[in-house]
Design a protein around this ligand. Structure first.
Ligand code: GDP
Ligand code: IMO
Ligand code: MG
Length: 422
């Protein structure tokens, strides 16, 4: 019986998951998302074209593979319809090969309003969410008030009316009254579109696939430092982004997890508020932002940039049981004479290599310096083309984390991906 390989982000999201899932798709029979929702923005580039996926897995472009949206995902049918129709215009018809779990939860228009209202109430302490209603939808799931995709198959109007009335009560108690009739109409229309897709009991479907000795790649969204349990709480998203979330979000046993691909940038970024010990506020950070085109693919917000944080990365490598590391965007650091990585934190005068409970405390990053490679990484086609300073950089990361770097990405295009020999 085959196992499910998982690919997930080890930092604060936007590591390049979409690109690598697309590259790995030919090796798998099924690609599945297991958590998150349209807060994700996964970018793929090939044949001179660029696509940004939010709810649809990144395995839809290569080889006509089946893709699935698992029960752990929260789905906004309206954003889903817009995304799917956009792809249909590019000739990608999903209805035949995108299956959706009946147990995935629906993001309602009022969830977006609640997301905005919650943020407004937090004032300066706001999280800087993507505004897509993610937190309120997962809140309803856990408090047993949610609507699920399978609910659209029977008596949906009554179920929707009940959930909406509850939300309106909450919004009114917060002093938030808004007219969302237009959005609601479009949203209800998109429910009919959703009915045109194959809705499945994805836990049975995926376990049957494994029994038939077919392979599955699970695509994470966000990153481990945004995990609801282990991330920089409360500045996190509302799902379990770590590999264990894959079991819950697809309905597979931990015994059926195979390789865990942990993906990270050669530096670090974060979008939204919250702690970021290695953040740079100088021109080095600006250069990373410019060269790395670090602007959010969902909200367009400028991403905060900083040096690679190995303390955080070691923590997330441990949490996920990473078997293979994937390093992205090496080319963005090409021009630097000196490159730094954080190897320890100093908190209250004490040195530690542990990611602390209180990430909002004052954390001083302690750095190790490397000579910059100052070569054009985008010209590398094979690991034999790597320069010595670059090899030194990746060797240090591998030895600090105790896991090999199996893939190095040297540009946004599908082809700019170097698989290293073991
Ligand atoms: P995801 O959310 O993890 O899928 O990542 P995003 O798509 O949000 O952000 C990654 C960005 O980096 C996208 O714009 C990619 O096209 C781009 N990208 C991916 N790999 C590389 C790389 O190796 N070099 C450069 N320069 N850009 C890359
Ligand atoms: P991908 O899959 C980067 C961040 C938001 C905010 C926090 C909570 O593209 O890597 P939410 O809307 O989830 O309640 O926002 O999480 N965030 C992301 N940051 N990449 C993402 O997804 C993100 N999804 C959510 O900016 O700080
Ligand atoms: Mg992204």
């Amino acid at each position: 019986m085959k196992k499910v390989d998982v690919l997930l982000g080890l930092q604060w999201g936007d590591e390049g998951k979409g690109k690598v899932v697309d590259v790995l798709t030919p090796h798998y029979d099924l690609i599945a998302r297991f958590q998150g929702g349209p807060n994700a923005g996964h970018t793929l580039e090939f044949d001179g074209k660029k696509y940004v996926l939010r709810s649809i897995p990144s395995g839809i472009f290569q080889g006509g593979k089946i893709n699935a949206i698992g029960n752990g995902v929260v789905l906004d049918p309206l954003l889903f319809m817009e995304e799917a129709e956009g792809l249909a215009k590019s000739g990608i018809n999903l209805k035949e090969r995108l299956y959706i779990s009946k147990k995935a939860h629906l993001i309602m228009p009022t969830h977006r309003l609640l997301d905005a209202a919650n943020e407004a109430r937090k004032g300066d302490a706001k999280i800087g969410t993507t505004g897509k209603g993610i937190g309120p939808t997962y809140t309803d799931k856990v408090s047993r008030n949610g609507l699920r995709v399978g609910d659209i198959l029977s008596d949906f109007e009554a179920k929707y009316a009940k959930a909406k009335a509850r939300h309106i009560d909450i919004l009114s108690s917060m002093g938030e009254v808004a007219d969302f009739s237009e959005l609601e109409k479009a949203w209800l229309d998109s429910i009919s579109y959703l009915r045109e897709f194959t809705l499945i009991d994805s836990e049975y479907y995926i376990n049957d696939i494994l029994k038939a000795d077919k392979s599955v790649l699970a695509e994470g969204a966000q990153g481990s430092l945004l995990d609801i349990d282990f991330g920089s709480y409360p500045f996190v998203t509302s799902s379990n982004t770590v590999s264990a979330g894959c079991c819950i979000g697809l309905g597979i046993s931990p015994r059926h997890i195979g390789n865990v691909y942990g993906i990270f940038k050669a530096y670090c970024t974060r979008v939204g508020a919250g702690p970021f010990p290695t953040e740079l506020f100088d021109e080095i950070g600006e250069t990373m932002c410019d060269k790395g085109r670090e602007f959010g693919s969902v909200t367009g917000r400028k991403r905060r940039c900083g040096w690679l944080d190995l303390v955080a990365l070691k923590y997330t490598t441990m949490l996920n049981g990473v078997t293979d590391l994937i390093m992205m965007k090496s080319d963005v650091l090409d021009d630097f004479e000196e490159i730094k990585v954080c190897v320890a934190y100093e908190i209250n005068g004490e040195k530690t290599e542990h990611f602390p409970f209180d990430t909002t405390a004052e954390i001083k990053p302690l750095y190790k310096s490397f000579k910059g490679w100052q070569t054009d990484m985008t010209q590398c086609c094979d690991e034999a083309d790597f320069s010595e300073p670059f090899n030194e950089y990746i060797r240090f990361i591998e030895s600090y984390l105790g896991v090999p770097i199996s893939i190095v990405s040297v540009g946004p295009d599908r082809k700019q991906t170097i698989v290293r020999k073991k």
